[in-house]
Design a protein. Structure first.
Length: 262
C-alpha cells in the first residue's frame, strides 16, 4: 500500500499523473452561489442555529449553572456551553451577571467549610476563564473580565520544597482572598494571584501577571505587572504654575489693599 501511494504521488507514469490531476481538480472544485438561492438558505440556517442555541442556553445551560448557585439576581445569563464546576462552594451573583462561553470554577474545601465566590451586578466574564477558590474571591460591580483570565486565591501547592515533595497542600497562610473592586477591566490571558486586590476603575493589560495590589484607577502591564499609566487626569505642570502665579498675584493684591487701609 505504501508503495502504491508513493507511486501515485511521485511517479511520472501516465496513470499516476492522471490520478494527481483528478485529485487536484476535485480539491479545486467549486459551485456558483446565485444570491436568490444561497441568501435564503443562509438565513434559514442562521435562524435554525439561533433557535437551537437559544433553547440550549435557556433550557439547559442556565438552569444547570443556576442550580450550583447559592444566590443569584435578576437577569443572570450564561452562554451556550455548560460551565465546568469542580468541588463545592457558594456562588453568589448579583443582577445582570453574564458568564459567557465555558468557564471553569474550582472550589477547594480543604481550607474552609464553604469557599465563596461573589460576583457583583452588571459584571461580565468571558470564555475560557478559570477561577480557583480556596477561601474567597470577590469580583465587584460593572467589571469586564476578558477571555482566558486566571484568578486564584490558592496556588494549589505549598511553596516549601519539602512540603511540596511530600504532596502536602498549601499552608493556610498561602491561601489568601482575592478582591477585584468595582469597574475593573481584566485583559485577556491576565492572571490574578492570591492575596491581590485590584483597585476600583483599574485596567489589567492582556497577559499581565498581577502578584501585588493594584491601586485604584491605574493601568498595569507586564510580568510581573507594573504601573504604566494613571486613569485619573492630573493638571499639567504649566497649569499648576499658572494657578500658583495667579494665586500669588491675588495674595499680593489683598496685602496691598490691607496696607493702604491701615
Amino acid at each position: 500500500m505504501k508503495n502504491l501511494v508513493r507511486f501515485l504521488a511521485s511517479s511520472d507514469h501516465d496513470v499516476a499523473r492522471a490520478v494527481r490531476h483528478v485529485r487536484q481538480q476535485v480539491r479545486g472544485f467549486t459551485l456558483p452561489a446565485p444570491r436568490p438561492i444561497v441568501v435564503p438558505m443562509r438565513m434559514a440556517f442562521e435562524a435554525a442555529r439561533e433557535a437551537y442555541y437559544f433553547g440550549a442556553r435557556v433550557l439547559v445551560c442556565e438552569p444547570h449553572f443556576k442550580s450550583h448557585c447559592a444566590q443569584y439576581g435578576k437577569g443572570v445569563r450564561t452562554g451556550n456551553f455548560i460551565h465546568y464546576i469542580q468541588g463545592q462552594g457558594d456562588i453568589l451573583l448579583g443582577d445582570n451577571v453574564v458568564l459567557d462561553g465555558k468557564i471553569n470554577f474550582v472550589f477547594a474545601r480543604r481550607f474552609c467549610d464553604r469557599p465563596t465566590l461573589r460576583i457583583g451586578d452588571n459584571t461580565g466574564i468571558g470564555h475560557g476563564c478559570r477561577i480557583i477558590v480556596g477561601k474567597s474571591i470577590t469580583i465587584g460591580k460593572h467589571c469586564r473580565i476578558a477571555g482566558s483570565v486566571f484568578i486564584l486565591d490558592s496556588s494549589g501547592h505549598p511553596s516549601d520544597p519539602e512540603a511540596r515533595k511530600r504532596g502536602l497542600p498549601p499552608s493556610d497562610a498561602e491561601v489568601r482572598p482575592v478582591v477585584i473592586e468595582d469597574n475593573v477591566w481584566l485583559g485577556a490571558r491576565s492572571m490574578i494571584f492570591p492575596g491581590v486586590t485590584v483597585g476600583e476603575g483599574s485596567v489589567v493589560a492582556a497577559g499581565a501577571i498581577v502578584m501585588a495590589d493594584v491601586p485604584p484607577y491605574t493601568v498595569v502591564a507586564g510580568n510581573p505587572a507594573r504601573r504604566v499609566a494613571s486613569l485619573r487626569t492630573e493638571p499639567a505642570p504649566e497649569a499648576n504654575r499658572a494657578d500658583a502665579k495667579k494665586q500669588g498675584a491675588d495674595d499680593a493684591g489683598r496685602r496691598s489693599v490691607s496696607d493702604s487701609a491701615s
